[in-house]
Design a protein around this ligand. Structure first.
Ligand code: PLP
Length: 499
């Protein structure tokens, strides 16, 4: 399988090279040049495999310049050995007759980003070897909270790599911030930025495309790469769990072979749901992909109107990992739906940059509305949904997942489509315990309590155990104290790398 850029400037790139580079030089994102198809028989055969075997099977189809043994090694290193609770990366729970929840947060940092970020560093190290790369890889990350910690955890002490994570100073939860500033490892840095997530992401993108910086790096034997979901190596491991959910439902007799199911996905940068789209393109029987936004509802508006318009106020919400106005991965979908027309995509992206909006043509719009359904959830409704799910099912969801649940409800009301649906659960409720406690236990239970106290209260009231990695977080030593302005990010990187 070869890869090309969504802006039309690059072709015939091996997957190892695409993973190493992260972003294409023309500013585009790498996508597969041709379509991978699985037969229904092949999909059936996944039902008797464990998660690791499913991962090797799917990854092998996209990363065919890696040997089978290399993929087994990467997958095992990422997902085995108790890294994921019960060694299951994506368990599916039944909520009621037609609704299931896929829990993607049993990894080391309790959000779904672990699924990709545990394996990406391993794929990258192999990519460096394969392409005879001599420079050390410097991973730059812009995070709205979950990616940062998951990337730090994935890259810590990985030989031949350094990692620098930027997060919006006031745009992440107390727990998320503590997770990042207490990160151990000889090759890790995390820095707070005075700005929001989009400022932070733009800052990182600017550093990536800064020629002078790149040259300086090369002089010092260093090279940038990205762990953000613009890297194909982040996206491809996420395709696996769509197949895994289907295979699990098949294995447990909940569905029959070939039966279509829907997925509802709490969405921010459009990486997770796009992986679902690739799974569908590969032949997985998926009906609709339901795109759930929070108050920053640029994406759901796009799905309904064909106009992507990010000229609006950025809202901070209780689902901060979805507080995004520029969803980078949408570019991949537009490229796929416009028959790989890089010029078209480049035009839309430059309109976005210059005018803050673009409108796709009617052909792309029609395909978007056939495949996707989008809506959004307000803050109050998110809280209400957490409470309702707990009252009705005794099940605790985090605010991001609650957005998925509510938008799915809206979908059913609006379409009367009762197709079995898997709601993708993206974070442990403990990671966002303040909102969850407020929803389930009421304002009084929360008033005056720190997030750390709330961990204990929530665990007790909901009869759950505090995840080991979050217990005692408040007593850990703060190792990263840096704060910088949004215009000082480049300088900060130079200081950290001493170049
Ligand atoms: C990152 C994240 C999302 C959004 O996923 P995208 O791939 O960016 O759309 C949703 N929920 C949680 C908890 C996340 O960490």
């Amino acid at each position: 399988m070869l890869y090309e850029s969504t802006r039309g400037g690059l072709k015939n790139i091996m997957s190892a090279e695409a993973i190493k580079r992260g972003l294409a030089d023309d500013g585009g994102l790498f996508v597969p040049q041709s379509v991978v198809k699985l037969t229904l028989d092949e999909i059936s055969s996944l039902a008797s495999m464990n998660y690791n075997e499913r991962a090797v099977y799917i990854l092998g189809r996209f990363l065919d310049d890696y040997t089978h043994e290399e993929l087994i090694e990467c997958v095992r290193g990422a997902y085995s050995g108790g890294k994921f609770e019960d060694n299951h990366v994506a368990p599916v729970r039944k909520l009621n007759g037609s609704t299931y929840i896929m829990e993607l947060w049993h990894g080391p940092t309790y959000a779904f980003k672990d699924v990709a970020l545990q394996i990406l560093p391993r794929l990258l190290v192999k990519a460096n070897l394969k392409t005879k790369e001599s420079a050390q890889t410097v991973i730059l990350v812009a995070t709205s909270g979950d990616t940062g910690k998951a990337a730090l955890e994935g890259f810590k002490d990985v030989e031949g790599t350094r990692i620098i994570v930027f997060f919006p100073e006031n745009g992440v939860s107390q727990v998320q911030k503590m997770q990042m500033v207490t990160q151990v490892g000889g090759n890790v840095s995390s820095v707070a930025v005075r700005g929001n997530f989009d400022d932070t992401q733009s800052g990182v993108k600017a550093i990536f495309s800064d020629r002078e910086m790149r040259e300086k790096m090369l002089d010092n034997g260093l090279k940038f790469s990205s762990a953000n979901s613009i890297n194909w190596g982040r996206l491809v491991p996420q395709i696996v769990y769509y197949f895994s959910a289907y295979a699990d439902l098949l294995a447990s007799g909940e569905i029959t072979m070939g039966e279509k199911i829907n997925f509802a996905v709490p969405t921010g940068n459009f990486g997770n749901i796009l992986a679902g789209w690739y799974a569908r393109q590969m032949g997985l029987p998926i009906g609709r992909l339901i795109c759930a936004s929070n108050d920053n509802n640029v994406l759901s508006e796009f799905i309904n109107s064909g106009t992507y318009d990010c000229e609006r106020e950025f809202r901070r919400t209780i689902s901060p990992s979805m507080d995004i106005l520029i969803s980078s991965n949408l570019e991949r979908l537009l490229y796929e739906l416009s028959e790989h027309d890089g010029r078209k995509v480049a035009d839309w992206m430059s309109m976005l940059k210059e005018e803050g909006r673009y409108t796709v043509d009617s052909q792309v719009m029609q395909r978007v509305s056939e495949l996707f359904w989008g809506s959004y959830t307000t803050e109050d409704k998110t809280i209400e949904t957490i409470r309702e799910v707990f009252d009705n099912y005794g099940y605790v969801v985090d605010p991001h997942t609650a957005v998925g649940v509510d938008v799915y409800d809206k979908y059913v009301i609006s379409t009367a489509d009762m197709t079995k649906t898997v709601i993708v659960s993206t974070a442990s409720p403990f990671k966002f315990n303040e909102s969850v406690a407020r929803a389930i236990l009421g304002e009084e239970a929360v008033a005056g309590k720190s997030e750390y106290e709330l961990l204990g209260i929530l665990a007790e009231e909901c009869a759950l155990e505090i995840p080991v990695g979050l217990a005692g977080l408040e007593n850990k030593e703060i190792l990263h104290k840096g704060v910088c302005g949004k215009d000082e990010m480049k300088e900060t990187v130079r200081q950290i790398l001493q170049i």
